[in-house]
Design a protein around this ligand. Structure first.
Ligand code: S3P
Length: 171
């Protein structure tokens, strides 16, 4: 099978779901944030503060380009901002089947409110930031994904089951 790629807003559950999905399907698990941190030897907040967002976005694009050459049969969880660039949206769809893990603003807020590790949400009014970014990104997530799986009120197990059912339709 091709790669399975999980996209969605921060706090949508991409990493948690991705790890379990990979284990269930006996596939390799790749998390683009983790790869970038290990390759750069710096945490994401440090990369943002030292080099800026555009630099981080370039690293994301570069990683996707390399994965297109060398990654197969993997579950790939990507950072929430990955589909913002048009080039990345194309690369993601070329890499495999793209699953959008969606959630309402309330659910996202609950999941990210005590987490200080996300520079896109740090400083200022969290609710407004989440609302604005979700508004900017929602359509981009939808146009990138082959499959949309809502996660609100669902356990990880239920989400995994739905992903299994939906991906089977793609053979
Ligand atoms: C970002 C999401 C983060 C990480 C970085 C930027 C974003 O990943 O890539 O902080 O712009 O949405 P998660 O979605 O795994 O939190």
């Amino acid at each position: 099978m091709k790669n399975l790629i999980l996209i969605g807003f921060m706090g949508a559950g991409k990493t948690t779901v991705g790890k379990l999905l990979a284990r269930e399907k006996e596939m390799l698990f790749v998390d683009t944030d983790e790869r970038i941190v290990s390759e750069q030897g710096r945490e994401i907040p440090d990369l943002f503060s030292e080099k800026g967002e555009e630099y981080f976005r370039d690293l994301e694009t570069d990683l996707l380009e390399r994965m297109l050459e060398d990654t197969d049969q993997a579950v790939i969880s990507v950072g929430g901002g990955m589909p913002v660039r048009e080039r990345n949206r194309k690369l993601l769809r070329s890499l495999g089947l793209v699953v959008y893990l969606s959630a309402t603003r309330q659910t996202i807020l609950e999941r990210v409110k005590n987490d200080g590790s996300r520079p896109m949400l740090s400083g200022g009014d969290l609710e407004r930031k989440v609302e604005q970014l979700m508004r900017e990104r929602e359509a981009l997530y939808r146009q990138t994904a082959h499959i949309d799986v809502r996660t609100d009120g669902r356990s990880v197990r239920q989400v995994l089951k739905i992903i299994g059912q939906e991906t089977r339709k793609f053979g």
